[in-house]
Design a binder for this molecule. Structure first.
Ligand SMILES: CC(C)(COP(=O)(O)OP(=O)(O)OC[C@H]1O[C@@H](n2cnc3c(N)ncnc32)[C@H](O)[C@@H]1OP(=O)(O)O)[C@@H](O)C(=O)NCCC(=O)NCCS
Length: 217
């Protein structure tokens, strides 16, 4: 099944179709150990973050995996600024008070034809939240921050704010090894592999831990 991943016609969340081989596994350091157990907090993205977001989204290592189509300043203001009209939540992740990443989350059922729509054979979309995310600086990646961020976000933001969600899901490209691995480390389980026009994607799912009726894969 081939499908596009954009939630809207303008390519939002659509990934670029150029691909590079993932870089070599990053070296470990003692700093990585402490970052893996880092306490991550979250606050809503504000207009004062837009310059930062513009820089983060322009990082080729980020462009590679999704945005890519238009990360111009006007597009960033339109998609992430306070004037936006969609219901997508945008969050800034903080580590020791410093912004280290961004996440967005939205109801999977809100997509008429985007990425999450294609999860419907595997999940009840009405009970599912979808996320996208990044760790901001290349030097900070591969050190445990991403998995800590994802775990904390699901636990502290996504499930508490959305009691209707039994699942939180993400659909990284299978070739995005760091993303798939970070999700696994954060407690997500592989639910399915789906064909995208740009390559296979993995449906990764976190279940609400305290819901005895949660369906496990
Ligand atoms: C995806 C992302 C958020 C993950 O955050 P992170 O801080 O790098 O993640 P972590 O360090 O917690 O975990 C990454 C894991 O992948 C491993 N990894 C990284 N590159 C790898 C590679 N090329 N091959 C194999 N494993 C690799 C890391 O070693 C680590 O696993 P380990 O702890 O078992 O050794 C971050 O890399 C990022 O922002 N990437 C760019 C944007 C992006 O791809 N966003 C997601 C789109 S779906």
């Amino acid at each position: 099944m081939a499908f596009g991943r954009g939630a809207t016609d303008d390519g939002f969340r659509r990934r670029v179709y150029t691909r590079r081989v993932p870089s070599e596994r990053p070296p470990r350091s003692t700093a990585a150990t402490s970052e893996a157990t880092a306490e991550i907090r979250f606050r809503p993205l504000e207009d004062g973050d837009l310059r930062r977001m513009h820089g983060w989204l322009s990082d080729p290592a980020v462009v590679e995996w999704w945005e890519g189509r238009d990360v111009s300043w006007p597009a960033v203001v339109q998609r992430y600024g306070s004037g936006r009209t969609d219901a997508i939540e945008h969050w800034i992740a903080l580590h020791e008070g410093e912004p280290i990443g961004w996440l967005q989350c939205y109801a999977a059922s809100s997509e008429a034809q985007g990425e999450a729509y294609h999860w419907r054979a595997h999940l009840d979309l009405a009970e599912t939240g979808a996320i996208d995310y990044l760790v901001a600086r290349e030097a900070k990646r591969g050190r445990g921050l991403g998995s800590s961020m994802l775990r904390a976000f699901v636990r502290d933001v996504a499930f508490p704010r959305h009691p209707e969600w039994r699942f939180v899901a993400a659909g990284p490209f299978e070739a995005n090894v760091p993303s798939c691995r970070a999700l696994e480390k954060a407690g997500f389980e592989r639910r399915a592999t789906l064909d995208d026009e740009a390559g296979p994607c993995v449906l990764m799912v976190a279940s609400r831990a305290d819901d005895p009726n949660a369906v496990q894969s």
